[in-house]
Design a protein. Structure first.
Length: 75
């Protein structure tokens, strides 16, 4: 089974690598031109959203440190 890895970069994007596809809200697939690594914008400043174009540099502050979520609520 192929795996997909998402890396939350400090002060920057989410890097996605592996076997994946990215779709819009209607299910249309983004053409990735054969890429198996892309970066997704987290700051909202990219002119190429949803992809990162580096516009966050000096304008986005978030130290990405992993933590555990609380237990999932069961209803």
């Amino acid at each position: 089974m192929a795996t997909t890895k998402l890396t939350i970069n400090s002060n920057g994007s989410v890097k996605i690598e592996g076997d994946f596809e990215i779709v819009d809200k209607s299910g249309a697939v983004y053409g990735l031109a054969g890429r198996d690594i892309v970066s997704i914008c987290r700051c909202g400043l990219s002119k190429n959203k949803p992809f990162c174009d580096g516009a966050h540099k000096g304008n986005f502050d978030h130290e990405a440190i992993a933590f555990d979520l609380p237990p999932k609520k069961v209803v």
